[in-house]
Design a binder for this molecule. Structure first.
Ligand code: ADP
Length: 375
C-alpha cells in the first residue's frame, strides 16, 4: 500500500506492507522558483523514481491500494471513502473551506489516478474523526440560517492523528471504553476529547485557526479583534489572514516558531520566550480543564506531535497545578520521555504517544479496500 500526503509544496509518501514500512520520504519545494520539481505530477514521478531505485516500482503488481490524506471533508465525507470521479468533484466543492489544502490534496489524487487507474484509491479525511462531535460542541452561536447557508460550523482537523493516538492511549488505560484527552502539539496544534473511541469535542474549528496557540497561528481570539484590525487598523482581509495564520502564535509572541529555539531562549532567561511559553501553556491548561468537564472523568491525557513528544518542559508546565484533578507529572519519567510520565498512583495517566498519521491512513485505506472487496 502506498500512502500519499500531498501538501501545497511537498509530497510525503510511505510504502507499507501490512504495518511494515518498506520506504518513506518527502519530496519538497514542489512548484517553488528554481525547484527541479515543477508540479505534483513531477513530484509523484520523483516518488516513483525513488521507489524504483529501491526495487519497489509504483507500477508493481504487488501494490494493492493508494491512500490519500485529504484535509477537509466538510459534512459530505465523514469516513474514509473510495475515490471515484464523483468523490473528486465533492472534494473540489470543499475548496472554499480549505483553499490551501484541498487543491494540493486533489493534485496528488489526480496524478496518482492517472498513473494507476487500475488501483483502488481511498481518501482519508482530517475532519472525519470529528464527525461524531455533538451539535452542542460543533455549533457556533450565530444566526442559524447564515451558518447553514455557508457551512459555518466546527469541523476540527488532525483527525487521523487524534484517531490513532486516542486508540493507543485507550489501550494504556485498559480498553476502548476509556476517556482520553489528546494534545497534538506540532507546528499546528489541537486538542480533542474522546470518549469510548468517539470524538466529542476538539479545539480547531471551521478552519485550523481556532483553539490552542500554535507555531504561527493565534488560536482563540475575540472575533471582534478581526473587525478592529480592519476598521481601525486599516488592514485588508488578506493582511489579517496572514497575520493570524502565519505571523502569530509563538512566532508573533517571541519571533521564533520552532519550539526548540523558544525553550532554549527560555533557559537563557529571555523574557519574550518566557511570555510566549506561558501563554502557550496557559491555553493548553484551559483546554485540559474544559475537556475534563466535557468528559466528566478522564483516564488518559496523551501528548503527541513534535512538541508533545519531545518537550518535557511544555508537558510539565501545561499540566502544572492540576493535582486536584488527579493530574500529576513525574519529573524523572517526564525528563526521560517514558510512555507514562504521570506520577505513580495518579488518577489520570499522562502519556507520551508518538503519532503515526501515515500508518493510520494505511489502516483506514485497508478497511475500505477490504470492505469493497467483500462487497
Ligand atoms: P508538523 O505540525 O509540521 O507535522 P511536528 O509535529 O513535526 O510538526 O512538530 C514540529 C515542532 O516540534 C517544531 O516546533 C519543533 O520545534 C518541535 N520540536 C521537535 N523536537 C523538539 C524538542 N526536542 N523540543 C521542543 N520542541 C521540539
Amino acid at each position: 500500500m502506498l500512502v500519499l500526503n500531498s501538501g501545497s509544496s511537498s509530497l510525503k509518501y510511505r510504502l507499507l506492507s501490512g504495518a511494515e514500512r518498506l520506504a518513506s520520504g518527502t519530496v519538497e519545494r514542489i512548484g517553488e522558483p528554481g525547484s527541479p520539481v515543477a508540479d505534483h505530477r513531477a513530484g509523484l514521478e520523483a516518488v516513483a523514481a525513488r521507489l524504483a531505485a529501491d526495487g519497489l516500482g509504483l507500477d508493481s503488481p504487488e501494490l494493492t491500494a493508494i491512500g490519500h490524506r485529504v484535509v477537509h471533508g466538510g459534512t459530505a465525507f465523514t469516513r474514509p471513502t473510495l475515490i471515484t470521479d464523483e468523490v473528486v468533484r465533492g472534494i473540489g466543492e470543499l475548496v472554499p473551506l480549505a483553499p490551501l489544502h484541498n487543491p494540493a490534496n486533489l493534485a496528488g489524487i489526480e496524478v496518482a489516478r492517472r498513473l494507476r487507474p487500475d488501483l483502488p484509491q481511498v481518501a482519508v479525511f482530517d475532519t472525519a474523526f470529528h464527525a461524531t462531535i455533538p451539535p452542542a460542541a460543533s455549533t457556533y452561536a450565530i444566526d442559524r440560517e447564515v451558518a447553514a447557508r455557508l457551512g459555518v460550523r466546527r469541523y476540527g482537523f488532525h483527525g487521523t492523528s487524534h484517531a490513532y493516538v486516542s486508540r493507543e492511549a485507550a489501550l494504556l488505560a485498559g480498553g476502548p471504553e476509556a476517556n482520553v484527552i489528546v494534545l497534538h502539539l506540532g507546528n499546528g496544534a489541537s486538542a480533542s476529547a474522546v470518549s469510548a473511541g468517539r470524538c466529542v469535542d476538539t479545539s480547531m474549528g471551521m478552519t485550523p485557526l481556532e483553539g490552542l496557540v500554535m507555531g504561527t497561528r493565534s488560536g482563540d481570539l475575540d472575533p471582534a479583534v478581526v473587525l478592529y484590525l480592519a476598521r481601525t487598523g486599516g488592514m485588508s482581509l488578506d493582511e489579517i489572514d496572514t497575520l493570524l495564520n502565519r505571523r502569530s502564535g509563538m512566532l508573533g509572541l517571541c519571533g521564533d516558531n520552532d519550539m526548540r529555539a523558544v525553550t532554549e531562549r527560555l533557559s537563557e532567561g529571555d523574557p519574550d520566550a518566557e511570555l510566549a511559553v506561558s501563554v502557550y501553556c496557559h491555553r493548553l491548561r484551559k483546554y485540559v480543564g474544559a475537556y475534563y468537564a466535557v468528559l466528566g472523568t478522564v483516564d488518559v491525557i496523551a501528548f503527541t506531535g513534535g512538541v508533545g513528544e519531545n518537550s518535557a518542559l511544555i508537558r510539565e508546565r501545561a499540566l502544572a497545578g492540576l493535582g486536584a484533578l488527579g493530574i500529576t507529572v513525574d519529573p524523572v519519567r517526564n525528563a526521560r520521555g517514558d510512555t507514562l510520565v504521570s506520577a505513580e498512583g495518579g488518577a489520570v495517566k499522562v502519556a507520551v504517544i508518538p503519532t503515526d498519521e501515515e500508518f493510520e491512513i494505511a489502516r483506514q485505506t485497508l478497511s475500505v479496500v477490504s470492505r469493497t472487496n467483500r462487497g
